[in-house]
Design a protein around this ligand. Sequence first.
Ligand SMILES: Nc1ncnc2c1ncn2[C@@H]1O[C@@H]2COP(=O)(O)O[C@H]3[C@@H](O)[C@H](n4cnc5c(N)ncnc54)O[C@@H]3COP(=O)(O)O[C@H]2[C@H]1O
Ligand SMILES: Nc1ncnc2c1ncn2[C@@H]1O[C@@H]2COP(=O)(O)O[C@H]3[C@@H](O)[C@H](n4cnc5c(N)ncnc54)O[C@@H]3COP(=O)(O)O[C@H]2[C@H]1O
Lengths: 141, 141
Amino acid sequence: IQETDLLAGGIDTFIIPADQVAHVQPDNSLEHALLVLVKSGYTAIPVLGMDSCLRGIISKAKILDSILGVERMEPEKLSSLTVEEVMERDFSAVKADVVFEKVMSLSIQYPFVCVENHDGQFKGIIPRSKILAHLNGYLHE
Amino acid sequence: IQETDLLAGGIDTFIIPADQVAHVQPDNSLEHALLVLVKSGYTAIPVLGMDSCLRGIISKAKILDSILGVERMEPEKLSSLTVEEVMERDFSAVKADVVFEKVMSLSIQYPFVCVENHDGQFKGIIPRSKILAHLNGYLHE
Ligand SMILES: Nc1ncnc2c1ncn2[C@@H]1O[C@@H]2COP(=O)(O)O[C@H]3[C@@H](O)[C@H](n4cnc5c(N)ncnc54)O[C@@H]3COP(=O)(O)O[C@H]2[C@H]1O
Ligand SMILES: Nc1ncnc2c1ncn2[C@@H]1O[C@@H]2COP(=O)(O)O[C@H]3[C@@H](O)[C@H](n4cnc5c(N)ncnc54)O[C@@H]3COP(=O)(O)O[C@H]2[C@H]1O
């Protein structure tokens, strides 16, 4: 395929659909979020509100940081803190109709790019591995 | 540049040199490793032996998993466990003279690729962001 076709192409085929993306809600406890993370095997996952809109990203790293007290670790905080209180609000989200070039550019900074519909509903994510696999294939045609 | 030149090109310019890579030693406690991770700001870093050889990867996720007891969190394990006991031994390492194509292929699976000299000494790492930035530049020439 042509370079322009690659860059200007759609992103649909690269999206891991919402129903296959591990996620939690803002009002879940960190303890629940940790369980979901451990079970899913991922180190960071999206946080979706009741309306299915993207609210942030929660990671094992962030959870660990939030139970690190000055004197000692404070595991009791796992049940008292909510995802909303510690989630990362700096994340990348694009509309479903953006071109591949846009997502590739964002992936330089973000391990995965979130995709939403025009009404703001979470549609899925595009992880770096998908982009790298596609570029690898393109360069070997 | 030509596609063949890209794929067959060297990897030197993409390596973050060893002295700029946060790392720990196998016999460090998890507590010390956690401190290095938090201070460096990275979620996963290489583990280097006394001989500067790559031994594994330690991550915040792995540390968190290892203090998760059946009944409760066990933060006391941070001081009793060593990096060696929990580090990830499945990591990608290449020799410094491999071609870009090799590293790009490995980056589909690994967030960063470790580079070593012919004597096995750690030379540095190539993170996905470097590869994506280079490909982004190449596609926009
Ligand atoms: N179950 C599995 N099978 C095969 N390979 C696996 C894997 N789990 C992790 N990996 C490999 O490890 C990389 C880092 O995973 P991590 O969970 O830290 O980081 C992931 C995770 O935070 C997120 N992610 C990927 N798929 C997800 C999903 N289905 N649900 C939620 N989050 C997901 O996107 C990040 C980047 O993913 P990416 O694929 O580029 O990069 C992945 C992939 O190359
Ligand atoms: N201080 C910083 N400044 C700017 N951006 C930052 C940053 N820290 C993290 N990021 C962004 O977040 C991504 C994931 O970082 P993480 O620490 O989980 O995952 C990192 C980390 O595990 C490792 N890494 C990168 N640079 C390192 C270094 N100097 N020392 C040790 N490990 C490093 O390679 C992984 C992939 O790095 P990559 O650059 O592809 O991807 C990075 C980068 O895009």
